[in-house]
Design a protein around this ligand. Structure first.
Ligand code: GLA
Length: 368
């Protein structure tokens, strides 16, 4: 597919990420249903990517805010867009402690529901959703962010865990597999590539497998910073998961060039900072722009060494539509993506394109 719009600099013959990725791996992005009304953005996405995730439209709060009333319209629009442009669709997500309606796991006074009631709610939600999208999505992030980052139990303290117990993750996989035995099932989380969370992740995968259920892949979200974590640390995580027989995807990639007070990568939505620096309101200095490109280049060069890495999905496409304009500091001007606010490619785009071109030409057709 070629670029056709003056919005991309008018170069009708410019190569694209999806062409460069070829059969080596899927290259994805995320859109909201509202984004579909932005012609410049949708053209860029359809041209550059061959895989799509819904930013919010498939989360429990958006599909079943009211118990028993399913609202699939926004998600269906995104699926139709993806398929119209020969893109694969990824389901995100069936079970998460954020963006989920309270009724799933709590009673009207906020207390955990009895286990059997919470399990019935979880099963009903997962099975209705998985069946609705059967044959239309390649795979599901079955459970998102179940793992804790604190000492103590492996699992985060969440409404699902309080109501059901530690086996809620296994149950979610069981319900999803039963509803569609052909769809791929993933576990998705942030910071799991790093040593402090890696063993926990492998233990959780082991529990799901011990119940006789498939885990087709692991999703490393990839909300990273300019200088952290080290690519060598990310590589150690990729290698550990690949060695455990898992396919690996980077599912929500962005590299934040802005400073953070807490200084760590990840995407804990509760880690919002009340105030913070907004140093790049007038644009990203050339020096930082080039650091960003170099970081993306180093990252892709590493990822492409591993045939188990089957997909890299960016969390958004342009700087203007990135969630990092509002997290962890609300309303700052951020520049994490491959295209600027005018949909113009940045040096980071060239860096990723070059990495994909060199590796996918050299590499065999590994099937994605
Ligand atoms: C997490 C979720 C995503 C998205 C991002 C930030 O990583 O998995 O769905 O909400 O946070 O927007």
């Amino acid at each position: 597919m070629m670029l056709v719009s003056p919005a991309f600099g008018g170069d009708v013959a410019a190569p694209t990420l999806r062409e460069a990725a070829g059969h080596r791996l899927l290259i994805g992005t995320a859109l909201s249903a509202a984004n579909l009304d932005d012609p410049a953005l949708t053209q860029l996405v359809a041209t550059q990517f061959d895989c799509l995730t819904a930013t919010n439209a498939m989360k429990p709060m958006h599909l079943q805010a009211v118990h028993g009333t399913f609202t699939f319209e926004a998600a269906d629009r995104l699926v139709a867009f993806a398929h119209a442009h020969d893109m694969q669709m990824i389901g995100h997500t069936l079970c998460w402690h954020q963006q989920s309606p309270a009724w799933l796991f709590k009673d009207e006074r906020g207390r955990p529901l009895p286990r059997e009631v919470a399990l019935a709610n979880l099963k009903e939600h997962i099975q209705a959703v998985v069946k609705h999208f059967a044959g239309k999505v390649k795979g599901w992030d079955v459970v998102n962010e179940a793992l804790s980052e604190s000492p103590g139990p492996d699992l985060r303290d969440t409404p699902a865990r309080r109501a059901i117990g530690d086996d809620y993750v296994v149950k979610a996989f069981e319900y999803a597999h039963e509803a569609d035995p052909n769809v791929e099932l993933y576990y998705n989380d942030f910071n799991i590539e790093q040593s402090f969370k890696r063993e926990r992740t492998l233990r959780l995968i082991q529990q799901i497998r011990a119940a006789g259920l498939p885990v087709n892949g692991i999703g490393i979200q990839g909300h990273w910073l300019l200088d952290s974590p080290d690519v060598s640390e990310i590589e150690a995580g990729v290698r550990a998961f690949a060695d455990a027989g898992l396919n690996v995807s980077i599912t929500e990639l962005d590299i934040d060039p802005c400073p953070r007070r807490h200084g760590t990568a990840g995407a804990d939505l509760d880690a919002q900072e009340q105030s913070g620096m907004d140093p790049y309101k007038q644009g990203l200095p050339d020096e930082v722009q080039h650091q960003l490109a170099a970081r993306y280049a180093e990252l892709f060069a590493m990822l492409l060494k591993y045939p188990q890495v089957k997909r890299v999905t960016f969390w958004g496409a342009t700087d203007g539509d990135s969630w990092l304009n509002n997290w962890p500091v609300r309303g700052r001007t951020n520049h994490p993506m491959l295209w600027d606010r005018q949909c113009q490619p940045k040096p980071a785009f060239d860096a990723v394109l070059r990495a994909l071109q060199s590796k996918s030409v050299a590499g065999a057709d590994l099937g994605k």
